[in-house]
Design a protein around this ligand. Structure first.
Ligand SMILES: NC(=O)c1ccc[n+]([C@@H]2O[C@H](COP(=O)([O-])OP(=O)(O)OC[C@H]3O[C@@H](n4cnc5c(N)ncnc54)[C@H](OP(=O)(O)O)[C@@H]3O)[C@@H](O)[C@H]2O)c1
Length: 340
């Protein structure tokens, strides 16, 4: 009997209540429900790896979001990779591997949006919800399109040991940056960035000597700041940006748990004038049509050992809320994935 014949029920995680402050597992609820029958044009996916993404947090409170907030009781629509179990959609067939969404064991999809088939590039499936998925593409297009990084430039990356930051720093080195420095929490993360990922240096922002080390590393300034952390992080770098520097606003992990009113202010905006700085945010899905070419190039770099990544795998949907909450306490070290 196939999995599609056997499965009649699915599980999903819904937002139990809107979140104030740092998320806790009690903010989420596991539900069991029947798998609906497929209509024409629909397909049934069994998710295999669901990810924990800090940006999901921005949709879990009303009013603190750049995307429409999720309603309490609604399924959390994080990213996933899975296998098509059954299809009444002309472009998908049972057995296809796909990139999709949903904090759920199964998803019924109409085949639109982010859903796409995964090509066979000889890499593990989990990577398609990691370095070859949203975080890797954020690093790629943030650096290439938004920052327009040039060989010889000096690049500073924050939350550098995360999936986005570590990929951005490694790509910067491969694309000819003169110096790449990461900021991360703790000696283990900093050591990994230098020893494994080839960053020129990594600064532990939790260490007592951080301010001195940041000043020393910034003596010649930065052409690109790839920021994953938020307002305080941007404000710290503004005075040490170089002429015509670019600041990529990738994410705000330090600020997602705050309302915009409570987030730290950015005070050094005067730097934009004299240094002709540019600051620009990105939503990686703007680059969706260019994903396949970037994914093929990045997969080749991974297979050649030129780009490294880390994963933290948890088993079972019930482990997802706690794994997600650990993103905001510094517990995570690499792409957090839930294996089903
Ligand atoms: N714009 C887009 O289209 C797009 C797409 C995907 C992701 N993103 C953004 O990219 C950023 C990075 O994503 P990711 O998946 O690689 O996650 P990540 O950076 O690994 O996020 C988790 C890490 O953030 C750090 N962190 C947590 N709280 C912090 C705080 N208060 N101050 C400083 N650091 C803190 C911790 O590392 P430390 O131990 O080093 O502190 C933690 O392990 C996120 O902000 C995400 O929203 C943007």
């Amino acid at each position: 009997m196939t999995e599609s014949n056997m499965a009649t029920e699915m599980q999903r995680i819904v937002l139990a209540r809107h979140i104030i402050g740092v998320p806790t597992p009690a903010d989420f609820q596991l539900e069991t429900l029947p798998i609906p029958a497929l209509d024409d044009g629909q397909l049934l996916i069994a998710n295999r790896f669901i990810s924990c993404d800090p940006g999901t947090r921005s949709r879990l409170s009303p009013g603190a979001s750049y995307a429409p907030p999720l309603k309490a009781g609604a399924m959390v629509d994080g990213f996933a990779v899975g296998e098509v179990l059954d299809s009444r959609h002309p472009r998908f067939a049972a057995g296809d591997l796909v990139m999709g969404t949903g904090w759920a064991t199964h998803m019924v999809s109409g085949g639109r949006g982010y859903l796409s088939k995964i090509p066979d590039l000889g890499v593990p499936l989990s990577l398609w919800n990691g370095i070859l998925g949203v975080p890797g593409m954020t690093a790629w297009f943030g650096l290439k399109r938004v920052a327009n990084m040039q060989p010889g430039e000096r690049v500073l990356v924050t939350s550098a040991a995360g999936p986005v930051g570590a990929t951005a720093g490694q790509l910067a080195k491969l694309w000819g940056a003169a110096k790449v420095v990461g900021i991360a929490g703790g000696t283990e993360k900093c050591r990994w960035l230098v020893d494994e990922c080839g960053f020129d240096d990594a600064l532990d922002y939790k260490a007592a000597d951080f301010d001195a080390r940041f000043a020393e590393a910034s003596a010649d300034g930065w052409d690109v700041l790839f920021d994953n952390v938020g307002n305080a992080s941007v404000d710290r770098a503004l005075p040490v940006m170089r002429m015509k520097g670019r600041i990529v606003i990738s994410g705000q992990v330090a600020d997602y748990n705050l309302t915009p009113q409570d987030a730290p202010g950015i005070h050094h905006t005067r730097e934009f004038i004299g240094k002709r700085l540019r600051m620009e945010g990105l939503v990686v899905f703007d680059d969706l049509p260019q994903f396949p070419a970037a994914q093929a190039e990045l997969a080749a770099l991974i297979l050649a050992g030129s780009v490294k990544y880390r994963e933290e795998i948890f088993d079972g949907l019930a482990s997802l809320p706690a794994a997600f909450c650990g993103l905001f306490t510094g517990q995570s070290f690499g792409r957090r994935l839930i294996r089903l």
